[in-house]
Each structure stands twice: as structure tokens, then as C-alpha cells.
Ligand binder design. Structure first.
Ligand code: C2E
Ligand code: MG
Ligand code: MG
Ligand code: MG
Length: 281
């Protein structure tokens, strides 16, 4: 009996694996056409300065409007794109689109001059030989300043990199391009290593923020990350802020910036523009 139960599970497991495999390979082949079919869109989530409660910038978040599946989440297709190498072409599109959008807003609204546009980069994108030249070309073509651009790299992909990458990141600094470590606390980082990277900002992973109110260790972890960041001359963005109570506590802890549904969900360009227009009154 136990044997047949085991056998049944085995078949079920295989079926699931098969379906997962099918889904991934379908997404993979559809992904190849998504750029030329213009199926991607950038959403923009406001990042708020906690001291002034003013808009400090946006994080650009990609959305894929799949013709059959509807909206596909980046967590479902970015890892596939990273594996197949398509991430380079998609990343180029994101960089261009986000910078263009920022340029448009800066021309229209005086208050947009100091906003920062945050863009996510994967491991492969950082490793790319061409990265710095590409950034130079985009900044020159679109005429925005390095200071308005902020690149987000996850903790684990940062720690993966060697000396060559540190040199590359130094070149970002020379262009005033800002650097954030995304999902901080989630991965594994060597603290003795952290100060060697020219990082401006730590973004506290939202799993800590999520549970900070219920007490326990998360509050202490957040407190420690903020102290660490400040000791290394970095500022802090709390991700996934959903309640007023979290805002109050983060302010007390000295966290500079927050991002999350409490302030706003990621917005279309049109909706994001209304926020800028409102903030310049
Ligand atoms: P991330 O960079 O950590 O982005 C933050 C994610 O948290 C976003 O998910 C955002 O919608 C979500 N979020 C923001 N506030 C809240 C909140 O209050 N509560 C909750 N529950 N979630 C919140 P999204 O847009 O689905 O993106 C997922 C991940 O996909 C991103 O995580 C990033 O790693 C990656 N990604 C998104 N866009 C791009 C892109 O253009 N390029 C690359 N390379 N990766 C991207
Ligand atoms: Mg991010
Ligand atoms: Mg994050
Ligand atoms: Mg994340």
C-alpha cells in the first residue's frame, strides 16, 4: 500500500515538473518576441523621504503584457531572461525607457530636477563588459545627469563579483551615478566586504519591514541595518512599507526613505506624472 502511494506521488510530482517546465519554455520562447511586439511597460513606484514626506524619486518596475496570459510578473520572467541572456536586451530597453521618462518629467516640472530614477540590474547586467559605455551613451543621448540615476543591485549578486566589478562600480561613482543594494538582509553578505563597494543606499528587504511591528528580531535587524548603513555613510530605503505604524517606527529609527503600498503602488507613467505635478504646487 505504501508502495502504491509513493508511486502515485511520484507520478504527480512528475506531472507538476512537466507543467512547470512547459510553462518556463513557453514563456522563454514568447519572451524572444516581447520586445519587438512592444509588450513591456515600465511602472514607477514612488520613493518617499520620511523627514519631509516628499517625493524623492521612483523605482522603475517592468511589466509584461503577455498576449495570452495577461500580466506576467517580473519574478516569473526576469530569472528566465537572466538564464537565456535576453536580460541584456530587456535591460537596455528598461534603461532607455526609464531615462527618457525622467528626461520628459524634468523638462516639464521644475520639481523633477532632483528626483532619482532607480533601475534594477541583474548579475549578468553588472558583469557585462559594455555596461559603463552603455550608461555613458544613454546619459549623453537622453541628456540626463548621472546624479538622477540610481542602480539597484541585489546583495547576493553584488557579493558574487570580484575586483573587476568593484573597479566598474567605481566608474559609476565618477559619473555621480548612485548605487543601491536591493533586498538587503535577505542574501548573505560579508560585512567586511561591504565598505569596499561604492554604495550610496541600502534597501531593507520587505520581509523585515513586514514583520517589524509584531516584535521579535525583525525590529532589531532593521535597527542594526540602519546603524550599519549610517556608519558606512550610506542612507536607507525601507521596502514594502504598508502601514502608518511602520512609517512612525522607521522614522524613529532614523531611516531616510520609504517605499511601499502605504504611500503608493507602482504606477503607470501617466499616474506617476500626476504625483510629480501635485508635488510641484
Ligand atoms: P525589487 O527590486 O525588490 O522591487 C520591489 C518589489 O516589491 C516590486 O515587485 C514591488 O511591486 C513590490 N512592492 C513594493 N511595495 C510593496 C508593498 O508595500 N508590499 C508588497 N507586498 N510588495 C511591494 P515587482 O514589481 O513584482 O518586481 C519584483 C522583482 O522583479 C523586483 O524586486 C526586481 O528584482 C525585479 N524587477 C522588476 N523590474 C525589473 C527590471 O526592470 N529589471 C530587472 N533586472 N529586474 C526587475
Ligand atoms: Mg529593486
Ligand atoms: Mg527590493
Ligand atoms: Mg526583490
Amino acid at each position: 500500500q505504501a508502495k502504491s502511494f509513493g508511486k502515485g506521488r511520484y507520478v504527480l510530482f512528475n506531472q507538476e515538473m512537466y507543467e512547470q517546465h512547459l510553462k518556463v519554455s513557453q514563456l522563454d520562447s514568447d519572451l524572444h518576441y516581447a520586445l519587438e511586439r512592444k509588450e513591456f511597460e515600465l511602472y514607477y513606484q514612488p520613493i518617499i523621504s520620511l523627514a519631509s514626506e516628499q517625493l524623492a524619486g521612483f523605482e522603475a518596475l517592468i511589466r509584461w503584457h503577455h498576449p495570452k496570459r495577461g500580466l506576467v510578473s517580473p519574478s516569473d520572467f526576469i530569472p528566465i531572461a537572466e538564464e537565456t541572456g535576453l536580460i541584456i536586451a530587456i535591460g537596455d530597453w528598461v534603461l532607455n525607457q526609464a531615462c527618457r521618462q525622467m528626461h520628459i518629467w524634468q523638462n516639464k516640472y521644475a520639481s523633477a530636477k532632483n528626483l532619482k530614477m532607480s533601475i534594477n540590474l541583474t548579475c549578468q547586467q553588472i558583469r557585462e563588459k559594455d555596461l559603463i559605455d552603455k550608461l555613458d551613451r544613454v546619459l549623453a543621448e537622453i541628456a540626463i545627469d548621472g546624479i538622477n540615476l540610481r542602480l539597484e543591485i541585489t546583495e547576493s549578486s553584488m557579493m558574487d563579483q570580484g575586483e573587476e566589478t568593484i573597479a566598474k562600480l567605481e566608474q559609476l561613482r565618477a559619473r555621480n551615478i548612485q548605487l543601491s543594494i536591493d533586498d538587503f538582509g535577505q542574501g548573505y553578505s560579508s560585512l567586511s566586504y561591504l565598505h569596499r563597494f561604492p554604495v550610496n543606499t541600502l534597501k531593507i528587504d520587505r520581509t523585515f519591514v513586514d514583520q517589524m511591528i509584531s516584535g521579535g528580531q525583525n525590529l532589531e535587524i532593521i535597527r542594526t541595518i540602519i546603524i550599519l548603513a549610517h556608519a558606512l555613510n550610506m542612507d536607507v530605503v525601507a521596502e514594502g512599507v504598508e502601514t502608518q505604524q511602520q512609517v512612525v517606527m522607521l522614522k524613529q529609527l532614523g531611516c531616510e526613505f520609504a517605499q511601499g503600498y502605504f504611500f503608493s503602488r507602482p504606477l503607470t507613467a501617466t499616474a506617476a506624472e500626476q504625483i510629480i505635478a501635485g508635488s510641484s504646487e
